[in-house]
Every structure is written in structure tokens, then in C-alpha cells.
Design a protein around this ligand. Structure first.
Ligand code: SF4
Length: 158
């Protein structure tokens, strides 16, 4: 079984403004697991750095109103295609990203306002039946430990 993790949480400098969201808790939690690092925005062909985007009325847009929805969704779909057939145990994604966000996203006004919702990649994983968490779920102990032990047991069996 494999685990999908937002690459920026693992220290990959793929954030829209450059740099990473390195999360030591995530790195230590997935140590020894079969990790698939992903960045749907880089998979979409976007450069680093790149203009920020948010979700407005269900579509990914830039602050100047440029609709980036198809491009960003294509990146997410590309990763879904790449992981097709893989036995994915769960995913840990970056909170509130318009692609990776799991529980909340920003509301499209670029004012830092959070609303319940999910990023387009997180939504695709959920639709595929893959349990999806963010780094805050991990820090708060909201990732069921039996997921971890199932993963570790699977490792031992292999
Ligand atoms: Fe991180 Fe996801 Fe944004 Fe890539 S798309 S920088 S993995 S939050």
C-alpha cells in the first residue's frame, strides 16, 4: 500500500510563492511508508513561483479574474491517471490549498477568508474512495491509528 503526500509538506520547494511547507510531523509519520509525493499544480505545468489562485464559485481563478480551472484540474487528473491501479492507503495533503485543501479553502476574494470546501485534487481522491487528511488532522490526532498500523502491517507482509 502506498501513501500520497503533498510534496511541499515533504520539503519540496513547489509552493506558488516558492519554498516548501516542510512539516516535520508529516515527514516523521510517513517515514518507512511507501510515499508518492505529488504537486498537482506543478503537474499542471505551472512554474514556481506562480500567481496565487483561489476557488471562486467552484472555479480556480487568479486574483485578476483569469480562469485557471481547466489547467489546474488537468494537473490533478494527470496525477489521478498516474496512480491508477495503485493500492493507495490514504493521502496527507496541504491544508487550504485550492488543489490540495481537504476541509477548507479560501473563498476566492483573496482576503484570507476561509470557507468549508476542498481543493480539486483532494476532491478527486475522495471521489476515488481514498481517505484524505491534511497535516492539521495529523497534528490533532485525527488520522485513525489503524490506518497507520494497517499500512505498517502491509509493509511487514511484503
Ligand atoms: Fe503543495 Fe499541493 Fe500547492 Fe503543490 S499544489 S504546492 S503540493 S499544496
Amino acid at each position: 500500500m502506498k501513501v500520497i503526500v503533498s510534496a511541499c509538506l515533504l520539503g519540496v520547494p513547489c509552493r506558488y510563492k516558492g519554498g516548501a511547507n516542510t512539516d516535520k510531523g508529516v515527514i516523521s509519520f510517513v517515514a518507512g511508508m511507501d510515499v508518492i509525493p505529488v504537486c498537482p499544480e506543478v503537474a499542471a505545468g505551472m512554474p514556481i513561483p506562480r500567481p496565487p489562485v483561489e476557488i471562486l464559485r467552484g472555479r480556480i481563478v487568479r486574483k485578476d479574474g483569469t480562469d485557471m480551472d481547466e489547467i489546474y484540474r488537468a494537473g490533478a487528473r494527470k496525477i489521478m491517471k498516474e496512480i491508477e491501479g495503485e493500492d493507495i492507503a490514504f493521502a496527507i495533503l496541504k491544508a487550504r490549498s485550492p488543489t490540495c485543501g481537504v476541509h477548507e479553502v479560501y473563498d476566492g476574494t483573496f482576503s484570507g477568508t476561509r470557507v468549508p470546501g476542498e481543493g480539486v485534487f483532494a476532491a478527486m481522491l475522495k471521489e476515488a474512495g481514498i481517505p484524505v487528511y491534511d497535516e492539521e488532522d495529523l497534528a490533532a490526532g485525527r488520522i485513525p491509528m489503524d490506518i497507520e498500523s494497517e499500512e505498517r502491517n502491509a509493509d511487514r507482509r511484503n
